[in-house]
Design a protein. Structure first.
Length: 336
């Protein structure tokens, strides 16, 4: 065999492998959930299969900080404006700013910082997911001066999909991602609980098929850090009270959203914190709320994602509206 023929065979063998990998990847469902995306899991099996409610687009809007009744400091659970839509519908003008744009800290000059931005509203709502909250409290306690300006977007930074995603060729994926997704799904469908993954773990969920609409509904992906970070404690509540004493220009309402794993796997994970938080009356008990609601509807949290679904956020909205009205002593929102 001549060298030319040998190299030609090697070329065609390699070309055939590349074509096969490309075909598998193009035919693999495009991942729409953050957990399916980072763990290379197929949304054909872990994606939600029930359309989400339609939220009126006119309620998914914010206002400039100097026009707001309520200032929300939140994370990705607030980026879509879905839970805030209940406040907007009730007549409140809402501005939302994100922890990440502020270095995950609200420093001791918070009062002056908000005044400089022109905020003259009635209330500040501080929203955080459970697993990031202790870090945010520690960083806030350690800083004196806000470095970033207080800027709020009028439009959601995350527009969540309402309809079940249809099939589309997976053009944006890496060449080998289809094969890796196939291999991962073979393990998942075989019932393997993927312990020790770097970012995502698949865990068995008791009564999972009554709580999730995904085709594989008894085994659900979870963010590994949810399961690895230590729980919140009564010390966290003490920090929250000290935080408010140092930043007292506006009334504050706290909304701590439980981890997906806390809701479906470990409801007592931060029980010491929950007891102290409720005793201090700092905000609504969203841990108990999530335990109740996850059994009433499918996909309260998205099966392929670490976040609440639109349905879950829409259910959260009235809880926060009631908490706002109780905090402000108002039965109804302001006149519009």
């Amino acid at each position: 065999m001549t060298h030319a023929k040998l190299w030609l065979r090697i070329f065609f063998a390699g070309f055939s492998v590349i074509v096969a990998l490309l075909a598998v990847t193009l035919g693999t469902a495009v991942p729409h959930g953050d957990l399916s995306r980072v763990a290379l899991l197929s949304d054909r099996y872990f994606g939600w299969q029930i359309d989400q409610p339609i939220v009126p687009p006119e309620t998914l809007r914010g206002v400039p900080v100097d026009q707001a009744d309520i200032l929300v400091v939140g994370d990705s659970f607030s980026m879509s404006f879905n839970w805030q839509s209940a406040l907007v519908k009730a007549g409140y003008r809402v501005s939302t700013v994100y922890w990440g744009s502020l270095g995950d800290a609200l420093c001791t000059d918070f009062d002056e910082w908000t005044r400089r931005a022109g905020f003259r509203g009635k209330l500040v709502i501080l929203e955080s997911v459970e697993y990031l909250f202790q870090t945010r409290m520690d960083k806030s306690a350690a800083c004196d001066t806000m470095k970033s300006p207080l800027l709020a977007s009028n439009e959601p930074l995350w527009k969540m999909q309402q309809s079940v995603p249809g099939f589309a060729l997976n053009w944006d994926a890496r060449l080998t991602s289809g094969w890796k997704t196939y291999r991962n799904m073979q393990q998942a469908k075989a019932g393997e609980v993927r312990e020790g993954l770097h970012l995502v773990q698949i865990r068995n969920v008791p009564d999972g098929c009554n709580q999730f609409s995904s085709r594989i509904c008894e085994r659900i992906p979870f963010l590994s850090v949810d399961l690895e970070n230590p729980p919140l404690t009564a010390r966290t509540v003490t920090q929250m009270q000290e935080f408010m004493k140092a930043r007292s220009a506006f009334p504050m309402l706290w909304m701590i959203i439980p981890n997906k794993s806390t809701v479906y796997l470990q409801p007592d994970y931060s029980k010491e914190f929950i007891a102290a938080f409720n005793k201090a009356e700092l905000g609504p008990d969203l841990f108990a709320f999530a335990q109740d609601e996850r059994k009433k509807v499918k996909d309260f949290y998205q099966p392929n994602d670490t976040h609440l679904s639109i349905r879950g956020l829409v259910m959260l909205g009235p809880v926060m509206l009631e908490a706002v009205r109780n905090k402000l002593g108002e039965r109804r929102g302001p006149a519009t």
